[in-house]
Design a protein around this ligand. Structure first.
Ligand SMILES: N[C@@H](CCC(=O)N[C@@H](CS)C(=O)NCC(=O)O)C(=O)O
Length: 204
């Protein structure tokens, strides 16, 4: 098994945290999916990371499919709840956290275009998704210790990765002041070795 990933992708980080939590040894092949000669398309026609290459050479994508697969191959630290309603709640947390990352990443990509090609309207629309998403994450978390209430799991991983990505790409966003309960959740997550070992590199 091999994970094709970039060290800055929040979706790849989610998978790397799950690998860590579940103590699954999996080599990482670092790629830059945006480069024209990236071979990611040989394994994922969408050209996106993360991609998990299985021992028979077949590939799994995207991150949501990969983390579900990983939970089936090792009983260590189950990250999905068994109960159906809790499972659906976990998937909703993940969908929202991933969606915020999608919107934030869209802004990063837009800002890399030539200034005259950038659309402020597009950037504003994406930033509104980020802000609305954060408001709903904070509302749904409330005073709870973990997203799903009962214990640490994929919902917390997805939300923690999302908050970390916002810090990485938009350090001036100041979401902590508006959402102190999300800040407290992030403080609970940050010392975990799975989070500490996968922080995006500062210079990329
Ligand atoms: N829904 C996908 C999103 C993956 C994604 O957007 N990856 C970005 C990096 S953060 C990428 O590889 N982009 C390259 C491209 O779109 O060409 C997942 O969860 O894996």
């Amino acid at each position: 098994m091999k994970l094709i990933a970039s060290l800055t992708s929040p979706f790849a980080r989610k998978v790397r945290i799950v690998l860590h939590e579940k103590k699954i040894d999996c080599p990482l092949e670092e790629v830059q999916p945006w480069l024209p000669d990236s071979h990611v398309i040989d394994h994922n026609p969408l050209g996106k990371v993360p991609v998990l290459i299985l021992d028979d050479g077949s590939s799994l994508f995207d991150s949501r499919v990969i983390v579900e697969y990983l939970d089936t191959i090792s009983p260590v630290s189950r990250i999905f709840p068994q109960e159906k309603r809790a499972l659906i709640a976990t998937r909703r947390w993940e969908a929202l956290a991933d969606g915020i990352c999608d919107a934030a990443a869209a802004i990063v990509v837009e800002r890399r275009r030539a200034t005259e090609q950038q659309s402020e309207e597009w950037v504003r629309r994406q930033m509104q998704k980020v802000e609305r998403g954060l408001t709903v994450l904070a509302h749904d978390l409330g005073e709870r210790h973990w997203c799903n209430g009962e214990g640490y799991g994929l919902a917390d991983i997805a939300v923690g990765v999302c908050l970390g990505y916002l810090d990485f790409r938009f350090p001036a966003l100041n979401w902590r002041e508006r959402h102190p309960n999300l800040a407290a959740l992030q403080q609970r997550l940050a010392p975990r070795p799975s989070f500490a070992d996968t922080v995006p590199p500062p210079s990329v």
